[in-house]
Design a protein around this ligand. Structure first.
Ligand code: MG
Length: 395
């Protein structure tokens, strides 16, 4: 008897992310490599999170990757992602481990590769719809090249190209059906789950996939994907944008000198309504400028007592969240602090990593420089410190 499943049923996604990248050597498995400043897996999980019918996401990972998994979740915006499930040696074992962490109330299971970040929400919805109707569905694209079946270096068959499809993920299934398919073929190593369902004799609906939905397997795939994210943004159609920021605060005695959230030992500090972190203020204006969102004074007016003595790091984080909510990804930030004294060079790397952490981007995307003004002007007379910043984003 056919299970009755409603079209608006909640879906659980299982994301296969236990691969160690045998085809792509390197210390960090490819799901944890960076795309536009965030791990590949983060982009995949974030896109799945945007599919409204997906209620829970289970990442199946390698035991030694649990810290990496937590660091991916730490980039934010992944509230649907549950604790990591430890997978097995083969993909099949991993997906099965994920299935065993679901319960019968989770009627539709969507399986996706952790290294396929670039698919549309509509594709996931179409695959889910087909699985609700048919029980099993797989995203696939019509083959562009003619496929040859070969043996010992010779062609043994040329299938009619019209009937050849290349399977992708997402794939989606009724839970009971896919579990039975796994049980019926306990020793078959499946590179995709739909083939197990086929073997079990159940029809699998082909859902037209997307050529952009590339599985990042080789270094070349990663390079091409990086280029696409930087130029077009995560969902495509984004624009590369640049913003600039500039700020000055007066140096006075009896205040702490705070730059990039760090207290820098000095005889004087900067005067202001907040902590007067001139560097962060310039960075915030650069980011807001790039996004066309006004400036720091408009967002956090100094007439508002809420911002009195506030740590500018918390303002920076709010700005980063605001940009992320608008769909922007930060490509890089470059800033220069103009101060006659103190000497800042020993603080630069900690400033960069602190800013990067609050922006939720990799620290090699933040650059801070310091210069004196050769004793010229208000900076040279140590009356104040100035900062200038440039930020680039895709929005
Ligand atoms: Mg300021």
């Amino acid at each position: 008897m056919k299970e009755q499943i409603k079209g608006d049923t909640k879906v659980t996604a299982i994301v296969a992310a236990a691969g160690r990248g045998r085809r792509m050597p390197g210390e960090v498995p490819k799901q944890f490599r960076l795309l536009a400043g965030k791990p590949v897996l983060w982009h995949t999980l974030h896109r799945l999170s945007e599919v409204s019918r997906i209620a829970r996401i289970l990442v199946v990972g390698n035991e030694q990757d649990s810290e990496l998994h937590d660091s991916v979740v730490g980039y934010g915006g992944l509230g649907k992602v549950d604790e990591m499930v430890v997978g097995g040696r083969e993909r099949r074992d991993s997906v099965l481990a994920g299935l065993r962490h679901t319960d019968p109330s989770e009627q539709i299971i969507l399986v996706h590769d952790g290294v396929r970040p670039r698919f549309s929400r509509e594709l996931a919805d179409r695959v889910i719809d087909a699985a609700v109707d048919e029980g099993a569905a797989v995203a696939a694209v019509p083959a562009v090249d003619t496929v040859k079946i070969g043996r010992a270096g010779l062609v043994v068959e040329t299938p009619d190209r019209e009937s050849v499809w290349q399977a992708q993920t997402p794939q989606a299934f009724r839970r009971g059906l896919v579990l039975r398919a796994f049980e019926m073929a306990p020793s078959i190593s499946a590179t995709d789950e739909s083939s197990l369902v086929e073997r079990a004799g159940h029809p699998v609906r082909l859902v037209e996939g997307e050529y952009d939905n590339v599985k990042i397997t080789t270094e070349q795939d990663l390079k091409q994907m990086q280029w696409r994210y930087e130029v077009e943004g995560g969902s495509g159609g984004g624009t590369f944008r640049v913003g600039q920021g500039y700020d000055v605060h007066q140096l006075v005695e009896g205040r702490k000198l705070i730059l990039a959230g760090l207290v820098i030992p000095h005889t004087s500090g900067l005067l202001g309504h907040s902590d007067a972190d001139v560097l962060i203020h310039a960075v915030i204006d650069a980011l807001l400028g790039a996004a066309g969102m006004g400036d720091i004074g408009r967002l956090f007016p100094d007439s508002d007592p809420a911002y009195k003595d506030i740590s500018s790091l918390s303002l920076l984080r709010q700005v980063a969240e605001r940009l992320a909510a608008a769909g922007a990804s930060i490509i890089n930030v470059d800033a220069v602090v103009m101060a006659q004294s103190p000497v800042l060079k020993n603080h630069i790397s900690e400033m960069e990593s602190t800013l990067a952490k609050h922006l939720a981007i990799a620290s090699d995307r933040v650059s801070v420089k310091a210069t004196t003004t050769e004793r010229l002007g208000f900076v040279g007379r140590e009356e104040g410190i100035a900062a200038q910043a440039v930020a680039s984003i895709v929005l």
